[in-house]
Design a protein around this ligand. Structure first.
Ligand SMILES: NC(=O)c1ccc[n+]([C@@H]2O[C@H](COP(=O)([O-])OP(=O)(O)OC[C@H]3O[C@@H](n4cnc5c(N)ncnc54)[C@H](O)[C@@H]3O)[C@@H](O)[C@H]2O)c1
Length: 205
């Protein structure tokens, strides 16, 4: 049974993606700092034995590495990694222009979005490379492509995720590993077909 590891497991995006993958015979490993939210998602979709739920802070690279190693050991490898954790919920609600933002707040957005994605890719990829097989999907945002006034601290990590994705594509094709980014939060996500839709989305920008 193929295995997909998700971060941001309490989000609606992961709930629906997990629902679709389970219907296609996948096992899903949901992780989040919000363990109760991820558990609710698993209950909502009636995942039963097809899902596991664990608390994981993606900004803690030691914890991420340990979790990925355990998952790979149990399953043989990790077939897919979907980096969803992050978002913009920690941004100040009044969203001032960049020069008025408080540098003490930057890490709240940069750490889960950018370093979380780096940590998870870095921890999972050795297992995929060893297996010569795998797919990574990184949640970017249109703001990471074009920028948006008063959203600099969210645009920056999302731009980094786009560049990371492009770079990993170039590095990992030789290992038969696909890496995609997406920014539209709407999806018809079917394993196999949908990965191609992701790539088309990416190039159409
Ligand atoms: N909502 C949108 O319109 C939109 C548009 C484009 C891209 N995105 C991206 O899609 C993804 C999901 O967005 P969403 O709106 O559903 O946000 P969300 O806040 O519902 O989901 C983000 C998840 O990340 C988790 N999280 C935060 N910090 C974490 C950490 N340190 N470790 C582990 N988990 C952590 C949260 O608990 C939450 O479950 C995000 O990456 C977001 O940037 C969202």
């Amino acid at each position: 049974m193929p295995l997909a590891m998700f971060t941001g497991g309490s989000s609606w995006f992961v709930r629906e993606a997990a629902r679709n993958l389970i219907a296609e015979g996948w096992h899903v490993a949901l992780t989040d700092i919000n363990l109760d939210g991820a558990k609710e998602n698993v209950e909502d979709i009636g995942a039963g034995d097809a899902a596991t739920v664990d608390r994981l802070d993606v900004t803690d690279i030691k914890a991420v590495r340990k979790y990925a190693a355990g998952l790979a050991e149990k399953n043989g490898t990790i077939d897919a990694l979907v980096n969803v954790a992050g978002g913009s919920n920690f941004l100040q609600m009044d969203r001032p222009p960049f020069h008025e933002t408080d540098p003490d707040d930057w890490q709240k957005i940069l750490a889960p979005n950018l370093f979380g994605t780096l940590n998870c890719c870095h921890s999972v990829l050795p297992h995929m490379v060893k297996a010569r097989h795998g797919v990574i999907v990184n949640l970017a945002s249109g703001m990471g492509l074009r920028g948006k006034a008063n959203w600099a601290i969210y645009c920056v990590p999302k731009a980094g995720i786009v560049r990371l994705t492009q770079t990993l594509c170039q590095e990992l094709g030789q290992h038969s590993i696909r890496v995609n980014a997406r920014w539209r939060v709407c999806f018809v996500w079917r394993a196999g077909e949908a990965w191609d839709v992701e790539i088309v989305d990416y190039h159409q920008g």
